[in-house]
Design a protein around this ligand. Structure first.
Ligand code: SF4
Ligand code: SF4
Length: 449
């Protein structure tokens, strides 16, 4: 089987973002640059750093194979220059293997791992607004995705996930658990919570999904889970999440002083994209309702927002939430069927961009996670839960169609849900061996014996 089909069969999806099926991404044709994202952009997460430090050989094996398949002239692992131990480990492997893969050492700023920011940092090319890296001859994949591809090359399906569990837990750690493991099991593997009440962020503190302890009880590890942060229930992130949409809109209308800091620091604006959060806030303030201004170009440009959170968690002196406003506008644009119209323009990054990079530590302090920012996490714990609940939709595209029934016995790695005929999607495999006890939006498997 060729590598592309091997990746498709194994059900690999991008581990660093929304879960785009990797075989579809790589079917786009030859590229000049294969960029491997090892920036681990979000404060507190350590998963990619663990992989780069301890599993460089497997990562490199996949990069070489994917680079060859895509005809890439350059293969570069992009990471922060402050990751000295990871750089040392990778340089050792590169030297041993006499590899042509290079390291691109970036400043330690947020959001260094944003795909479009990374393309610019590594190549000097600006991905056009609403475009993809392929538009400028690049493909970006995460280091954890490479690990999955290495397994696929050895005939193994994508059934296990590496993730960081940190914050208010007794033993912050990197975990390797079967997909479908509950968050509760993961938190217990990290020694359990320090306090009886807590707040959860799935992913990083800036862009991760925020949930109450009660909401998190139903959460399970998917192919895209990069971390579980256990944070104080009365902390800054929890408090911000509790602001109602109506209250947030009223404040946006009455308190924006049009200082433009949100625009000046916006990483997409700094790449030259026509995204002006301050204008969006002003126009919303004047109109009162999003639905009445959807034909305005500045409002439509909210579609270019990557939801990094710089504007509201770092830039705004009034504590307003331009990112959240953009999320609402993006939803309204989708509902109204209004798509971003690409323009035939050459985009050039702002000349002040370098000076406006925000150090990662400062972002951590501003968002209220500094107490856990410098934790040394270099342990790996394996999870072996008795039960997994595997969602049939944990990637971009159509939900996978179950090919098992209640009562079936399955073995780890066996196909349990397939890509629907003619659709874009990803195969899903049993992450433990056992008996299928439920088939629906999740396929539940209980360990045999
Ligand atoms: S979240 Fe704010 S800073 Fe980030 S891209 Fe969107 S508008 Fe710009
Ligand atoms: S930073 Fe805040 S106050 Fe300043 S323009 Fe943006 S939303 Fe308004």
């Amino acid at each position: 089987m060729d590598l592309l089909n091997c990746i498709k069969e194994a059900g690999i999806v991008g581990c660093g973002g929304a879960g785009f099926p990797t075989h579809v991404k790589y079917a786009g044709g030859p590229v000049e640059y294969l960029i491997i994202n090892g920036a681990e952009c979000e404060p507190l997460l350590r998963t990619d750093r663990y992989i780069m430090k301890h599993m460089g050989e497997q990562v490199l094996k996949a990069i070489e194979a994917v680079g060859e398949m895509l005809g890439a002239k350059y293969c570069r692992i992009a990471l922060k220059k402050t990751y000295t131990e990871e750089i040392k480990a990778l340089e050792k492997v590169l030297k041993q293997q006499k590899s042509k893969v290079e390291l691109a050492k970036m400043d330690s700023f947020y959001p260094a791992g944003d795909e479009q920011t990374m393309v610019y940092e590594v190549t000097g090319r600006v991905v056009p607004p609403a475009g993809i890296p392929l538009d400028v001859g690049c493909v970006v994949s995460n280091v954890a995705t490479m690990l999955g591809i290495c397994d696929a090359m050895e005939g193994k399906s994508f059934t296990g996930k590496y993730l960081t569990v940190t914050g208010e837990v007794k033993q912050p750690t990197v975990l390797h658990v079967p997909i479908g493991t509950s968050y509760e099991d993961c938190i217990q593997l990290a020694g359990g919570p320090k306090k009886s009440r807590y707040f959860i962020v799935s992913g990083g503190p800036m862009m991760g999904a925020r949930m109450t302890m009660e909401e998190a009880k139903d959460a399970v590890v998917t192919k895209t889970t990069s971390g579980i942060l256990v944070l104080p229930e009365d902390g800054a992130i929890a408090a911000k999440t509790q602001i109602s949409l109506r209250h947030m809109f009223n404040r946006a209308k009455s308190a924006c002083i049009q200082c433009s800091f949100c625009t000046d620091m916006c990483p997409r604006h700094l790449l030259g994209h026509p995204l002006y959060p301050n204008r969006i806030m002003r126009k919303l303030g004047m109109a009162g309702e999003v639905s009445t201004i959807l034909d305005d170009k500045d409002i439509q440009n909210a579609a270019l927002c990557c939801e990094c959170g710089i504007c509201e968690d770092y830039a705004c002196p009034m504590g307003l939430q331009p990112k959240r406003v953009n999320q609402v506008i993006k939803g309204a644009l989708r509902e109204a069927g209004i798509r971003y119209t690409k323009e035939d323009t050459v985009y050039v990054a702002d000349k002040n961009r370098e000076g406006r990079k925000i150090p990662a530590g400062r972002v951590a302090a501003r968002v209220g996670v500094l107490p856990w920012y410098d934790l040394k996490i270099d342990d790996l714990k394996e999870g072996t839960p008795d039960k997994v609940e595997i969602p049939v939709s944990m990637h971009i595209g159509a939900p996978s169609q179950p090919v098992v029934q209640v009562g079936d016995m399955v073995t780890e790695g066996q196909l349990i849900a397939a890509i629907p005929e003619g659709a874009m999607g990803a195969n899903i495999h049993a992450s433990i061996s056992g008996k299928v006890t439920s088939v629906g939006k999740r396929i539940v498997i209980e360990r045999a014996g």
